[in-house]
Design a protein. Structure first.
Length: 278
């Protein structure tokens, strides 16, 4: 390929041409009128109604934009308050959990005594709750308890805060069911770690993990397996008395162990509460 060379004079001319061309484009663009914002003259009630319609139809991005315009133009009053809360819900449905949590936190801070502030607390838990399985996950199932439990712990803490501050909330029962599921899931994660140590023949570490489950995750299905891990680990460590003690605890409580608990998201409170519907 033949190379093209420029002398200094040609290079300066080329730069000047490029500069003139780009400035000309900018000037032409500045002459063009901005696209009209059809919502510019809308009232607060009109903005809210349109945003709510978009929300109901699943047009979450459009709903968020309208809610934010409403709050910016009419920052005071009931419409702005409701827009703030429904923005959090729209972000949750739009699969932007961090934005949903930020919006819910902001609502809680600004309106701690609002009639529906409990929903903001509930929404934070929903935003971090393990997502429903995708088609791919159904085709290639993976035990969710093997994943990093931090999101589950965060979700648990949000739901726990709701149930403590608003024990009579209509979302408390669902939050409690989700907390039970999350607790079981985190306990099962601890078992995966204990079994990993067993495979590596790190028996002391395995006992520590299993003991942690027995101590901190009572009334979960993980207790029975945790005790059996302790029995096996103590036996392999040459500690027959400790193995017998763990076996005795297992035998005494065998009939009381909790069965595995599954959480069916479809059977709980609808994602959009009745008071948020048009």
């Amino acid at each position: 390929m033949q190379r093209i060379y420029f002398n200094r004079f040609q290079f300066i001319i080329l730069l000047a041409f490029i500069s003139l061309f780009t400035s000309g484009c900018s000037m032409i663009q500045s002459w063009m009128p901005d696209k009209a914002d059809e919502t510019k003259t809308w009232s607060a009630s009109k903005l809210y109604a349109e945003a709510k319609a978009n929300l109901s139809e699943g047009e979450y991005k459009s709903a968020i934009e309208l809610y934010e315009k409403l709050e910016a133009r009419y920052p005071h009053g009931a419409y702005a308050q409701q827009a703030q809360l429904e923005t959090a819900y729209a972000y949750y449905k739009f699969d932007e959990p961090e934005s949903a949590i930020a919006a819910a936190d902001r609502f809680i801070k600004l309106h701690p005594r609002h009639t529906h502030v409990d929903y903001a607390y509930y929404l934070r838990g929903l935003a971090t709750f393990p997502a429903r399985k995708s088609v791919f996950e159904f085709a290639f199932p993976q035990d969710e308890s093997k994943r990093d439990p931090n999101a589950s712990l965060e979700s648990f803490n949000y739901f726990n805060e709701l149930t403590h501050k608003f024990p009579n909330s209509k979302y408390a029962a669902d939050a409690t069911a989700r907390m039970r599921y999350l607790r079981n899931k985190v306990a099962k994660h601890e078992l995966h770690v204990a079994n990993y140590y067993m495979r590596r023949e790190a028996y002391i570490a395995a006992v520590d993990r299993a003991s942690f489950v027995v101590e901190h995750y009572q009334q979960t299905p993980a207790i029975s397996e945790a005790l059996l891990i302790m029995v096996k680990a103590y036996s392999l460590m040459g500690q027959p008395q400790l193995a017998q003690d763990a076996q005795r605890v297992y035998d005494v409580n065998k009939s009381k162990f909790y069965p595995d608990v599954f959480y069916e998201e479809e059977s709980v409170i609808p994602s959009m509460p009745e008071w948020m519907k048009i």
